[in-house]
Design a protein around this ligand. Structure first.
Ligand code: C2G
Length: 136
């Protein structure tokens, strides 16, 4: 029997890449056969978080693209286009960290929506603070 591969799609900024990012990528990939990652654009981050990421979108995409479980990356330019991105990339499963729990249930009509628990005690913001404290 020739079944279509299951495509998992996840989104994130993945700035100052750390082990929490790696784990969500690994766990997302384990839910299907192909993992496609939407990396948030620099401009989206400025709109969403009020600051530019430390690493540019081209650098963040390069890092995520090089990960073994990742088959494809694309640039996520706007949160409002999520449905289009999911359709365009033939998502069977949408994976998000549980900081987004419930926020994407509206897409259950086109794919499975899974929220994975975040890795505790690590975040880009905490890392930036820790690194800047080291310099003072
Ligand atoms: N993550 C995690 N554990 C952490 C930190 C992050 O599991 N300790 C997960 C987040 O839940 C997310 C992914 O790593 O699934 C990327 O995290 P961010 O870069 O912070 O993503 P965010 O800026 O929330 O972008 O369309 C939505 C956005 O693109 C999500």
């Amino acid at each position: 029997m020739n079944e279509r591969p299951t495509t998992v799609v996840t989104f994130g900024t993945f700035d100052v890449f750390h082990v929490g990012h790696l784990r969500v990528v690994q766990r997302a990939a384990a839910l299907g056969d192909r993992l496609v990652v939407g990396v948030s654009a620099d401009a989206l981050n400025v709109r969403k978080k009020g600051r530019a990421p430390v690493f540019s979108e081209a650098e963040r995409m390069e890092i995520v693209r090089s990960l073994k479980p990742v088959h494809e990356v694309f640039l996520e330019e706007s949160l409002e286009q999520k449905r289009d991105y999911l359709l365009e990339h033939h998502a069977d499963v949408l994976v998000m960290g549980d900081d987004w729990a419930g926020k994407f249930d509206e897409f259950e009509d086109i794919c499975r929506v899974v929220y994975l628990p975040r890795t505790p005690a690590i975040s880009t913001t905490a890392l930036i603070e820790k690194i800047s404290d080291m310099g003072s």
